[in-house]
Design a protein around this ligand. Sequence first.
Ligand code: SGN
Ligand code: CA
Length: 543
Amino acid sequence: MSAKYILSLLIISVFVSCNKTKETKELAEEKQQPNIVFIIADDHAYQALSAYDDKLMQTPHIDRLANEGMLFKKAYVTNSICSPSRAVALTGKFSHLNSVRDNLDVFDTAQVTFPKLLQKAGYETAIYGKWHLKSEPKGFDYWEVLPDQGNYYDPEFLTAQGEIKEQGYVTDVITDKAIHYLDSIRNKEKPFMMMYNHKAPHRQWWPAMEDLEAFKDQKFPIPASLFDDYNTKSKASIEAEMRIVDHMALSADNTITPELLERLNYDEFLDWYKSSYTERFERLSEEQQAKWESVYGPINKKFEQNTPKGKALTLWKYQRYIEDYLGVIKSVDRNIGRLLDYLDENNLTENTMVVYTSDQGFFLGEHGWFDKRFMYEESFRTPLLIRYPNHINAGSVNEDLVQNIDFAPTILDVAGADIPKDIQGLSLKPLFNSNSSEWRDALYYHYYEYPGIHMVKRHYGIRTDRYKLIRFYYDIEAWELYDLEKDPQELNNVYNNPDYAEVQEMMHQRLQEIRVQYDDASDELNQQWIDSDIQRLKELGWY
Ligand code: SGN
Ligand code: CA
């Protein structure tokens, strides 16, 4: 054997073995199922998340997910209210198919959910924080969830072993639990999927002690539509009970003490709010109460000396509202930072997809409102940030129409699990590399909780990239059409405007198609929902 021959054999074998190592590594990487941290905040408006908009506050820790991953600019929900939205996230199906159309419905845990499918695919699953689906969580190896809406201070948790009460501020406590799971509970041989769901920033907005003064006296920009008179809209807007000036409680929401309100002969429209304020206050320790009074005492004093009326009251309440709402988000941001630091310090960042979203958006004074429920942008749209190193380029932005029905299929896809055929959402994975040219061109929406708190009428509708068509029904029959390009604030309903005749016809057609596509086109079934909802309200004595 010549030296030349031996040398070439050597080179070939080195090349082959290198290639083999590469192949095995690639295969292993391919097979390696990523961990998933799925974060759903409650009522977090994109207007209060600086990756979207920094006019109100900075959220540097949440922003990390956009800086190191992808910011979805057109993410929406199917039904802008808590329990329905969570049921959509778990199932990938619209409300009429997943058993939860409003906050009174009980989630049917016998149905297929993405956590159950992940368990079958070899994952360990856990959930900490807000659940709000009434039935006991299923499909989770570990769970500790807030009963119903939960409490901000010293919150109770439901666990497989029964109810427990913790000390501390809810956002810190949920994060402690999540980190404890990652550190000491989970099976480190398995990939994990952890839902880490915040109560914050849900009403009533009680910030952590350290954030009580975070936004004190900061002047916030006034939304252009704070004094909207809804003159082109249907009466669904005027009849909704969510105007800051008329329906936000001075006590429970704006921290004016019930004693002061009584002294001022101020007739709070619901006595429940006063007792709710007092009950919450009594949950605080003496030390916390003293701190609370040191911050809110002077605010009460000023209010007494110079009680705002009329337009000044709207502006005063708006200011108080935003101060506390943002204060509550400060703690969410800080705690997301803690969790991301934990992932960094424990070598988990690289192989973990982190998703941050909210159960829906929120009105921060737009149209004079707080709360959500409407198909208007501030409530329909929701934040969505996804970091997935090596799969999503840092700092990317997506502008496709995505929706919370897409969470379940995306997570299953990323985990390498099969996506059931009856899931209605789409995996977002193809969007991770680019804005896909083949993507849906419209979103469907359906809201049901009426009559109910905030009195937002039942409605459904469709949104394309440019237009939105809404039908309000039940004790009203009204259509609204918006040109979102010309009127992004939705102040000018152009339904029946001759200039939009063709658009209107096209949108009616698209709406009918999308109702058929998502299996929600039966007026008969819709009437049955109404009848059973009203029957339930009567049984509860609420109607
Ligand atoms: C509570 C709030 C409402 C809110 C619902 C539903 N009132 O009832 O303002 O719309 O929850 O919110 S409160 O004074 O009790 O806070 S959801 O996010 O759970 O759907
Ligand atoms: Ca919510």
